[in-house]
Design a protein around this ligand. Sequence first.
Ligand code: FES
Length: 563
Amino acid sequence: MSSGFSKGLTSYGDTGFSLFLRKAFIKGAGYTDDALGRPVIGIANTGSGFNPCHGNAPQLIEAIRRGVMLAGGLPVEFPTISLHESFANPTSMYLRNLMAMDTEEMIRALPVDAVVLIGGCDKTVPAQLMGAASANVPVVQLVTGSMLTGSHDGKRVGACSDCRRFWASYRADEIDTDEITRVNDQLVASVGTCSVMGTASTMACVAEALGIAVPGSASPPAVTSDRMRVAERSGAVAVGIAKSTLTPAQIITPSSIENALRVLLAIGGSTNGVIHLTAIAGRLGIPVPLELVDRLGRDTPVLVDLKPSGQHYMEDFHHAGGMATLLRELKPLLRLEAMTVTGRSLGEEIEASGPGFAQDVIRSRANPIHPEGGIAVLKGNLAPGGAIIKQSAASKVLMQHEGRAVVFENLADLAERIDRDDLDVQADDVLVLRNIGPKGAPGMPEAGLIPIPRKLARQGVKDMVRVSDGRMSGTASGTIVLHATPESAIGGPLAYVRTGDRIRLDVPARELRLLVEDAEMARRAKAAPVAEPSADRGYRKLFLDTVTQADQGVDFDFLRRTP
Ligand code: FES
């Protein structure tokens, strides 16, 4: 089998000439034949001026290069799309699959024996792992690491749970314009990913649990020496697996997916993690039914005391030993035979991590934050294909609740009416937002955290049951039902809810029910059938024609592999 620069030659009809030409061009950059004969390790560079979560990419690349060269390889970096949550219109999720396609095709097209993938911000790691799983070339995932926390009036703050908390206070007139401006300077204290257990931190932990990132790589903050050492080691490990059979298909297996789900549930991780893991597994034909998520959630306690479910930040998680401490605690629940990029099993890596030490960020299984996993799966006539709720970040008093639906048609309707004083809404109502699913918005934006109506916020209302077919940021909290499937834009039941209907949420019973007769729902559907969104051209057409629902990972149907 060809390798390095002999791999994947450009088609000129003469392979000898193709290699001759390729070497001539690369020598234009000053390489020797000795260098070009080494294992070639690609470095997927997702640094961008529009992505401060990846602001340490230059330093990481330098460290990866060092690791590759010390191990005898040749590092070569290449760019791919970069996505940042706040710099992606309409939403980064709309572009995740495009980044996955870019990553897959570049890995396939370039003469690389292995690749280090630099990801970090929410959608980048899922996109890279989806692409890598399909390309099936050996890869090591490297995350950029979390940002540092800041300080506001003597209190520690960090993106983005505190962003949402301060903004909610501002909406409720509890703080003024001066204060909201001052805290804006402090919420993101350095480059790196959000400092709480949001989607980026969740996917960092998930990648390590999957075995596709080096042990100890999930938690070091972006600007620390530990992060640079992880990068150097990732480069060396990539040389170790170059030309091997340790491809993503050998590492991402039903066993490692189950380990990743256990970790996702135990860290109080982002609800987005369920969608992303489903999409990653789907690239290899591994089903992740919501029933599996719920079954694992029943006996996987939340152990990590990080915002938004708890009180600490990612740098505290790192100081508490990071994933090694967590995996040691979860060991009886894990599939220890699962393989990792180091060539050792997860069980062997846990053994190698040595004994733990006293700390108060990662609890023992005997003393959990929450006895069940952070995420519960709901079923019922409002979500026949399932919906989820982050129960670890919800209000206990609302876990069993019945209320009157107050329906918003779409994001524009929400923006128009939510703050009006004449909005007919009470604190025990259930806010419903439709048309924010995969096709609806499109791209399933993180708008599921419907703001508390201003008139109720001013009265001190902090939480309400909210239901949508959209997603929510991993940094958010509240009694928020998400991912109602099928979505309203394709005629899911959410499309036919009316203001004044009653909705019952019963998380212990895993139920989400609209208290309206089936016959009445059928009558409403017949009277006003939905027109599915469509587009004439371009990526938007590809997206709307082929995107799947939340229970399929919101991947494009033609990119998933049939089990
Ligand atoms: Fe990039 Fe939060 S915005 S990780």
